[in-house]
Write a protein that binds this ligand. Structure first.
Ligand code: FBP
Length: 336
């Protein structure tokens, strides 16, 4: 018996019938983002054959050398979303300021934020990378949005998701009604629902952190990792495994599927920067997805999605994943 396939469009239309929170403009926006991610995935898959590997001579606002694919992915998302009439403006890790929709096109009632290619250091060595995106409401005034209109806490997101360009090309999405994973049927060019209602196990035996930074971490994080490394012989009485891909989307997808905790803490290397992960277009969308899948997401003290942003590219320490592990390391931050 042929298994019935549910497309991204059918899923969003049917989800709206019960949730009433996916109006047509939001559905059409998410379908456009899905198409843009297919285009990015196609470019990623070409590798050296597409003359898109390697770095440019430019740096982004983060001071990071931009890879050719960073620029191309950013351009694909801008061009795909410019004309549809669903957005007031966009913001990207790769652009210093916001990108208002030009007056050549109608303006819509959403704001789209994205890290067009997350895990950039992996591009040239064929390790999975991804695109992370977040959708907020634009100001109802109908005025051209300003940067301050983007300064909304993660709890205001109406949708968030990521594409993962790996052995399979996946799209993971939440609109506040759970988390659903779609697999790209490369022959048909369509997103097919393959994992409905993903839930993160509340406990885990696996953690993700760049352990080479141990000497720079603050005591609560050093304590937490030391206890996990002591395993069954230590306080926790069980052994842990460690994974660190260097691509947040890849690590988070593993955590969504089999549990775990992703950590990028603040450290003493650069006290003015609170770690590496950016709040608006990396931490917040991932936090929305994690919470919708029954997990937790904090900065060590506060729920990530409660943080009031102050700057477009501000960074934040992140602890995301299995609820009970996030609770434990968050507790360690408040203990003497
Ligand atoms: P980019 O979005 O610039 O790639 O930075 C984010 C990131 O690549 C995450 O995807 C990844 O988890 C982290 O940085 C790796 O950091 P590090 O190289 O310090 O381990």
């Amino acid at each position: 018996m042929r298994k019935k396939r549910v497309s991204l469009t059918q899923h969003l239309i049917e989800a709206h019938r019960t949730s009433h929170n996916i109006p047509e403009a939001l559905r059409l926006l998410l379908e456009v983002v899905g198409r843009a991610c297919k285009t990015i995935g196609s470019a990623v898959g070409k590798g050296a054959l597409g003359d898109i590997l390697g770095s440019t001579q430019t740096e982004n606002i983060q001071g990071e050398v931009q890879k050719k694919l960073d620029i191309l992915s950013n351009q694909i998302l801008l061009e795909s979303n410019e004309w549809g009439g669903y957005l007031g403006a966009m913001a990207s890790e790769e652009m210093e300021t916001i990108h208002p929709i030009s007056n050549d096109y109608p303006k819509g009632k959403y704001l789209l934020l994205f890290d067009p290619l997350d895990g950039s250091t992996n591009i040239d060595v064929n390790v999975s990378i991804g695109t992370i995106f977040s959708v907020l409401h634009a100001p109802e005034t109908g005025q051209t949005p300003s940067e301050s209109d983007f300064m909304q806490p993660g709890s205001k997101q109406v949708a968030a998701g990521y594409a993962l360009y790996g052995p399979q090309t996946l799209l993971v999405l939440t609109t506040g009604n759970g988390v659903n994973c779609f697999t790209l049927d490369r022959e048909m060019g369509s997103w097919v629902l393959t994992q409905p209602n993903l839930m993160i196990p509340e406990d885990t035996s696996e953690y993700a952190i760049n352990s080479s930074n141990y000497r720079f971490w603050h005591p609560p994080v050093q304590r937490y990792i030391r206890e996990m490394q002591e395993g069954a012989t230590g306080l926790l009485g069980k052994n842990f495994n460690m994974r660190w891909v260097g691509s947040m989307v890849t690590d988070m997808h593993r955590i969504l599927n089999r549990g775990g905790i992703f950590m990028y803490p603040a450290d003493t290397r650069n006290p003015s920067q609170a770690g590496r992960i950016r709040l608006l277009y990396e931490a917040n969308p991932m936090a929305f997805i994690v919470e919708q899948a029954g997990g937790a997401a904090t900065d060590g003290h506060n729920r990530l999605m409660d943080i009031q942003p102050k700057r477009l590219h501000q960074r934040v320490p992140v602890f995301l994943g299995s609820k009970n592990e996030v609770a434990r390391i968050t507790r360690y931050h408040s203990e003497p």
